[in-house]
Write a protein that binds this ligand. Structure first.
Ligand SMILES: NC(=O)c1ccc[n+]([C@@H]2O[C@H](COP(=O)([O-])OP(=O)(O)OC[C@H]3O[C@@H](n4cnc5c(N)ncnc54)[C@H](O)[C@@H]3O)[C@@H](O)[C@H]2O)c1
Length: 432
């Protein structure tokens, strides 16, 4: 099958590369000449494990093609997939500008019959608006069906998630679209949930909100654990072994971040408000997430008795989670910004996100080449992202570089007993 994918971000490029690897011809449409030229020689604009190799392989096999020209991509394609960004507006609502611009450009390029799929995360009703735009701008004689196929991949494991998803959600009322999308997804081993467009749109927000709820619940239990003298890790182990609950996503930390959970929780609150429902549960999920970041900073402030001026703190991990360079809504940004307000000097290290971090972190943060370099002369080390490399740190070596042996473990990756035995003062999350 020949398909077109609009947008070459974390979702678009992975989707395109996986479908190309499954034998399809995939046109990828971008809007930045420089990025498209680099993609044409196999240079991927972000870090995702295995993606550059996959793109290069399919590029050389002639199955992946990159263009700025919608007509070139849409004309030969049976399915056109919109996978552009849907960031938050300041009100929390999803900003659909990119989706609507892509839909307008697709409409003008339509010839014959196409299935137009929205993969971007969009509020219920958006696919219908896409259909209106297609109808308004399409040339006479062109026809189309719409479908909502939301994406569930996780950055860091995106290729595997796309090939082996827990489920594929397809919302459409068109038999022809159902047939084509059934064929396209045949080699992918996830159960297909067929539904109407609005259901598919809502499933995506409900899923991300549920996962965010589990994280905020774990954080709320962590706050309480510290107060009652419990160990949150044991509490959640005890809770998570109940098969009805499970342990997945029941991990406390410094709050969820990234390009999806914060924006999708806020968007679902806004969607509910639009329909007259006050989604208090999700408002609390969002509030607890903010508290998680604040509590981490408070622990650091309290340790130093509020006297942080002239202190150096080494931040380990900057991306919003391990195995990605994505800095969107990364908790590290807020934590570092707050600490700087107290007059703290920040050194920082992340295995892959340093280039992106430079563009979003406050001025003055000193980026270092390793965890040990970042810890050199530091009054404390704070682990913000749980990269495996930090789990394997040689803490004896780290200690030799530090001025004071204080460790703030924002992800509970260390065993407190071992760390304390090495002479560190240890602060975890929910470990009294
Ligand atoms: N990143 C994730 O982990 C993830 C997972 C599931 C769903 N999603 C959803 O998928 C969508 C895309 O997310 P992402 O992380 O890939 O975003 P992204 O910002 O990484 O990528 C968006 C891409 O769209 C391109 N673009 C924007 N407007 C365009 C236009 N008119 N024509 C051509 N290209 C255009 C941008 O240049 C960029 O390459 C969002 O709705 C997001 O919520 C993301």
């Amino acid at each position: 099958m020949t398909i077109a994918v609009i947008g070459h971000g974390y979702v678009g490029l992975v989707t395109a590369a996986v479908f190309a690897d499954l034998g399809n011809t995939v046109w990828v449409v971008g809007r930045t000449k420089e990025k498209i030229e680099r993609l044409k020689v196999g240079i991927v604009p972000f870090f995702e494990p295995g993606l550059e190799e996959l793109v290069k392989r399919n590029l050389h096999a002639g199955r992946m093609k990159f263009t700025l020209d919608y007509k070139e991509a849409v004309k030969p394609s049976e399915v056109v997939i919109i996978s552009v960004g849907t960031p938050s507006k300041t009100t929390g609502e999803a900003d659909l500008t990119q989706v609507m611009a892509a839909a307008t450009s697709i409409a003008k390029a339509l010839v014959g019959y196409k299935v137009v799929v929205t993969k971007s995360t969009v509020p219920p009703g958006t696919n219908k608006k896409v259909a209106d735009i297609l109808n308004t701008h399409k040339p006479a004689g062109a026809s189309f069906a719409i479908a909502s196929v939301p994406e569930f991949l996780r950055e860091g494991t995106a290729i595997d998630d796309t090939l082996h998803p827990d489920r594929i959600v397809v919302g459409t009322s068109s038999d022809r679209a159902q047939e084509l999308l059934g064929e396209l997804h045949k080699p992918i081993d996830g159960k297909i949930v067929w539904c109407n467009v609005e259901t598919a749109e809502l499933i995506k927000y409900a899923s991300n909100s549920m996962l965010s709820t589990k994280i905020s619940f774990a954080n709320a239990i962590a706050f309480l654990s510290e107060k009652v003298g419990a160990d949150v890790e044991k509490v959640l182990e005890g809770v998570g072994l109940d098969k009805r609950i499970g342990r997945s996503f029941l991990y406390p930390g410094v709050g969820y971040g990234g390009s999806c959970f914060p924006k999708d929780v806020k968007a679902l609150i806004a969607i509910a408000e639009d329909y007259g429902y006050n989604f208090t549960l999700l408002k609390s999920v969002d509030n607890v997430n903010e508290e998680a970041k604040k509590n981490f900073v408070s622990k650091i402030v309290q340790h130093f008795g509020g006297k942080l001026k002239g202190k150096t703190i080494a931040i380990l991990g900057l991306s919003f989670k391990p195995n990605t360079d994505d800095m969107r809504e990364a908790p590290s940004i807020g934590i570092i910004t707050e600490l700087i307000k107290y007059g703290v000097s920040i050194t920082a290290y992340d295995p892959v996100s340093m280039e992106k971090a430079k563009t979003v972190l406050p001025k003055g943060v000193q980026l270092k080449g390793s965890a040990y370099e970042a810890a050199n002369g530091a009054h404390a080390v704070a682990v913000v992202t749980e990269w495996n490399e930090f789990r394997q740190l040689d803490l004896v070596r780290l200690a030799k570089h530090m001025k004071n042996l204080v460790l703030f473990d924002g992800r509970n990756i260390y065993d407190p007993v071992t760390v304390k035995r090495l002479g560190f003062m240890y602060y975890g999350v929910g470990r009294s």
